[in-house]
Write a protein that binds this ligand. Structure first.
Ligand code: E4P
Length: 218
């Protein structure tokens, strides 16, 4: 499973990149607006920190012609950019156009299998299935993820199901169980994945015993 960080904070990307386990970054207009920096400046800085990662940057126009102009501009900034496109009618048309040009896409704001089907048929590289926002309205966001993963396998689509709107580590575990291809999550949730109280207790005991015996590595 690929792990992406969902952030517009360059410092968080820098820290996460040091772990050597991060496969990409997802941004959205809200995250970019919180970064305090310009769109291009933020996205290109993230691309340069993770040159082998997939970095999603989203168009903000909602009509086909302007979406296409923005997509071509954004994709020209760096080779590792994936153009993020909302699942609306001109968005699906745009994904088809970009896919024919060899430009990779991440279809966002996907909540149902029927929407995921449209994105897959248009040639989306990634399909961002939001889970937390569905849980927030008392439904189970992971249901659509499991069904969409099954659809991708049943019909042999090339798209990868990306679990987005992740709110806690259990969402990551459920994404693994559903066989999702990617999980994107806030930096603080990725940090939480490291944590287990028995790891901390176990490490303390090892080190206490080692130090009590007066041992040295070299
Ligand atoms: C995904 O790419 C989105 O940026 C993100 O996961 C949305 O998360 P939220 O529902 O917590 O805003």
């Amino acid at each position: 499973m690929k792990l992406f960080v969902d952030t517009g904070d360059i410092e968080e990307v820098r820290q996460a990149a040091q772990w050597g386990i991060v496969d990409g970054v997802t941004t959205n207009p809200t995250l970019i607006s919180k970064s305090g920096k310009g769109f291009k400046e933020t996205v290109t800085a993230i691309c340069d920190i993770l040159p082998h990662g997939d970095i999603s940057a989203e168009v903000v126009a909602t009509n086909y012609d302007d979406m296409l102009k923005e997509a071509l501009e954004i994709s020209s900034w760096r080779e590792n950019i994936v153009v993020k496109v909302p699942l609306i009618e001109p968005g699906i048309r745009l994904v088809r156009t970009l896919s024919e040009k060899g430009i990779r896409t991440n279809v966002t704001l996907v909540f149902s299998v029927s929407q995921a089907l449209l994105a897959a048929k248009a040639g989306a590289t990634y399909i961002s299935n939001f889970v937390g926002r569905v849980d927030d309205i008392s439904d189970d966001g992971m249901n659509a993820v499991a069904a969409s993963v099954e659809m991708i396998h049943n019909y042999g689509f090339d798209s990868e199901i990306l679990v987005a709107s992740v709110r806690h580590p259990l969402h990551v575990v459920q994404a693994v169980e559903a066989g999702a291809h990617v999980s994107t999550m806030p930096f603080k949730i990725m940090q939480m994945l490291f944590k287990h109280p028995l790891t901390d207790i176990g490490l303390k005991r090892f080190l206490d015993d080692w130090n009590a015996a007066g041992l040295k590595v070299m």
